[in-house]
Design a binder for this molecule. Structure first.
Ligand code: PHE
Length: 436
């Protein structure tokens, strides 16, 4: 449940729909789905395996499992620090959601223009408000992390995940009854190949890692406390399946509402903050109630993922420096909190230029670097480590009894060849996009 809570997050409900819009719909979705099926799932099994066998923090697990002459692999464990980089913008977005929870309880905007103006105004002109909510988000996340995996996040997930699913599926049923649904369906599932450029491919592959929480040790860290006889394959399958399902449902719901209003698909990061409230405003009090429910669910999804972004670093600090959990949480929390302020300022009118590099806002740079560079790189390291460095027999004895010999062979082929080749190909593409 905790791993599913990590995977299902803002990536599914905030990021996936808006990226689908920006990169042209169906073709982007198809690359994303193919990557999940042929690369993401195998890497998820591999990442869980490292955690389940290593049973330490990310650096410790790599170090323990690497053969004596290859101890340098422990440095791969520093992928855990990517979580803090992601948190710099993730926390800001959770802050936006909190703000909306308050804002929407009074009145919902009745037209797309007013909704857009509200969101744009928050992001461009209200640094103080954003810092306030980013602070609230940081306090909540760090407090849950402080309570630890068993006492904190596992308990909370048990309530939040089913609540989120119920809200989303309820909205999907409503969406079925609207004309916008068939448009949304063809937008998402009928690929328009002319829209598929290298950048769209890079972003779709990167996003599949982001949404599955792969390549930065979150899944590894959770797997380190899995009960001994849990099936890794089955757990990985459930997490991957749920994550994908929720993203597709969120996409369909949001696009149905959007097309129903005749609004354009490409709206950027403001998408869910703009489209949903407007549609729901048609339903009076019930609409306000639904909007609150939706943003509540979204904030839950974000919080459970945020916790998994901070936890790997916290465990690393505790294990290495023999400090208390409280100190470790304070260090990790303040690091991302401070950079997060820079990220939110980079979208404001007053500070935008100061916090931009080569015309790109810091927020976008952090987002791009993590999902399109660091996570796929982490995934590549995991695939190579499990496919080539770990002794084959060890891997076989951990997995073959779960998968059966035939599927084990398929999985191993995927982790040794399909995943590395796909990821290297993606990185070459990336260099083209970045013009390196
Ligand atoms: N998977 C989370 C989401 O979709 C984000 C995340 C990325 C969490 C990497 C942990 C590690 O929102």
């Amino acid at each position: 449940m905790a791993a599913a809570g990590s995977a299902v997050g803002l990536g599914n409900i905030w990021k996936f729909p808006y990226m689908t819009g920006e990169y042209g719909g169906g073709a982007f979705v198809l690359v994303y789905l193919i990557t999940i099926a042929f690369v993401g799932f195998s890497v998820m099994v591999a990442e869980m395996l490292i955690g389940a066998l290593g049973r330490k923090d990310t650096v410790g697990s790599f170090e323990r499992l690497a053969p004596p002459d290859k101890k340098g692999w422990k440095y791969a464990g520093f992928m855990g620090f990517n979580g803090l980089i992601i948190m710099t913008f993730y926390s800001v977005v959770i802050g936006w959601i909190f703000y909306y929870l308050f804002k929407l309880s009074s009145a919902l905007p009745t037209s797309t223009e007013t909704a857009k103006a509200t969101f744009d105004n928050l992001v461009a002109n209200e640094p103080g408000v954003q810092i306030f909510w980013h602070t609230v988000a940081t306090l909540i996340v760090t407090y849950i992390v402080y309570r630890g995996i068993k006492g904190g996040i596992e308990k909370i997930n048990l309530i939040l995940m089913p609540a989120l699913m119920m809200i989303l599926f309820g909205m999907l049923f409503y969406a079925f009854s609207l004309d916008g649904f068939s448009k949304a369906f063809s937008f998402m599932f009928e690929p328009d190949w002319s829209k598929l450029n290298s950048e769209a491919i890079v972003r779709a592959v990167g996003h599949s890692f982001f949404t599955l929480s792969l390549g930065m040790g979150a899944i590894m860290t959770y797997a380190a406390s899995l009960p001994k006889h849990t099936s890794i394959t089955q757990t990985a399958f459930i997490v991957t399946f749920m994550d994908t399902l929720i993203a597709l449902v969120a996409g369909l719901v949001i696009y149905t509402f959007l097309f129903q209003e005749g609004a354009p698909a490409a709206q950027g990061p403001g998408l869910v903050f703009i489209s949903l409230p407007v549609v729901l405003s048609n339903f009076g009090y019930i609409g306000t109630f639904l909007a609150l429910l939706f943003f509540l669910a979204l904030s839950f999804a974000g919080l459970t993922s945020a916790v998994s972004l901070v936890e790997p670093v916290v465990q690393y600090i505790i294990d290495r420096f023999d400090t208390t959990r409280l100190k470790a949480v304070l260090i990790a929390g303040s690091a991302y909190y401070i950079v997060g302020i820079g990220a939110l300022l980079s979208y404001t009118k007053a500070w935008g230029e100061t916090f931009s590099i080569a015309g790109k806002p810091l927020f976008d740079i952090l987002e791009y670097t993590t999902d399109s560079i660091l996570l796929p790189l982490g995934g590549l390291l995991i695939a190579v480590f499990v496919g080539y460095v770990l002794q084959k027999e060890r891997v076989r004895s951990a997995l073959a009894h779960e998968m059966g010999d035939r599927y084990f062979a398929v999985w191993r082929f995927s982790i040794r060849y399909v995943a590395p080749i796909a990821l290297v190909f993606m990185m070459l593409n990336l260099m083209g996009v970045l013009k390196i």
